[in-house]
Write a protein of this length. Structure first.
Length: 318
């Protein structure tokens, strides 16, 4: 009996010593990781870039979306000066941090995308304000009819571009730039071709479509005039949403939003000039919206060519 109690006491003491040793090991690993940050999750074809690691064990960029992800399934390299237990713990800490960064990155992208979708509705609000003040109730009613068709195009284009950006983000996370550029080209041709086809068919069958939704005869003229221009501008709507989704996919979640704000300011000023000064009526608001979308697309295109040349499509990617 006495021997069993002594053996149990010895077992408890050894367990406590092991727990204390494990705590000391964890503290030692954390201290060494802060003094000597290093990327441990490296695959067979990857190399460590210590210059891109900050002194907290993460990426030097403050935004986790700004750099490609680390392969969580990669085999850790052997680091001299660390025991096997310490390496396993460091790998675990790095994996947890990477998962948190990926989740935060995705949440940030979703917020920016939702903000952009809300801001795009401001085009309609701006046009409504200008039309109501300068053109009257009939023009405002015609604008409301036209916007229902316009929004249908915008929602379909936005959804398609967001879907394509998922693959872009995947290839960017893998660091596979040739496949990323190839995916950009294929998606642009596919979605752009569908958009162009829908625009042409919309122009041909526009009066029939307005009849199907029971547009009053007194509003038909203004609605047709507005949608003729807006449908042409849908090409620029696709271009902006596609480039903005691409920027968000590679971690740049803000710049496309800034360009959209600039285009909204331009839309307000241009709509006022065309309607109040040049007396172009409801067609003037449509021209302002279409050219504002063209402006935002041009700004995104310029930014990608200037700042992100590695995702610029070349002939070899086609």
């Amino acid at each position: 009996m006495h021997g069993d109690l002594q053996q149990a006491a010895d077992g408890i003491a050894q367990q406590r010593e092991a727990e204390d040793g494990q705590k000391q090991c964890i503290q030692s690993v954390k201290a060494q990781a802060q003094r000597h940050p290093i990327l441990l999750l490296l695959g067979k074809h990857q190399t460590a870039d210590i210059s891109n690691v900050d002194h907290h064990g993460g990426s030097a960029s403050q935004n986790p979306c700004d750099s490609p992800g680390i392969d969580l399934n990669a085999k850790p390299v052997q680091i001299i000066g660390y025991s096997r237990t310490e390496q396993k713990m460091i790998v675990h800490f790095q994996q947890q941090k990477q998962l948190i960064d990926q989740r935060n990155c995705q949440q940030q992208k979703n917020r920016r995308s939702a903000q952009a979708n809300v801001l795009q509705q401001l085009y309609n609000i701006i046009n409504s304000l200008v039309v109501t003040y300068y053109l009257g109730n009939n023009a405002f009613a015609a604008l409301g009819v036209a916007e229902s068709i316009m929004n249908l195009f915008i929602y379909v284009i936005t959804g398609a571009c967001m879907g394509a950006s998922v693959l872009v983000a995947q290839f960017y996370g893998e660091g596979n730039m040739p496949r990323l550029r190839r995916q950009l080209y294929v998606s642009a041709v596919l979605i752009g071709g569908c958009t162009l086809t829908a625009v042409i068919l919309g122009q041909i069958f526009l009066p029939r479509i307005l009849d199907l939704i029971q547009t009053p005869a007194e509003l038909m003229g203004d609605a047709v005039a507005y949608l003729r221009v807006i449908l042409v501008g849908m090409v620029f709507t696709f271009t902006y949403n596609y480039l903005a989704s691409t920027l968000r996919a590679v971690g740049n979640t803000k710049i496309a939003l800034y360009f959209l704000l600039i285009s909204l300011g331009y839309n307000l000023a241009c709509a006022w000039v065309l309607v109040a000064v040049f007396r172009l009526g409801i067609t003037g608001t449509a021209i302002a919206t279409a050219t504002a979308q063209c402006l935002s697309s041009a700004l995104c295109f310029w930014y990608i060519r200037k700042k992100l040349p590695y995702i610029t499509i070349h002939r070899a990617d086609m």
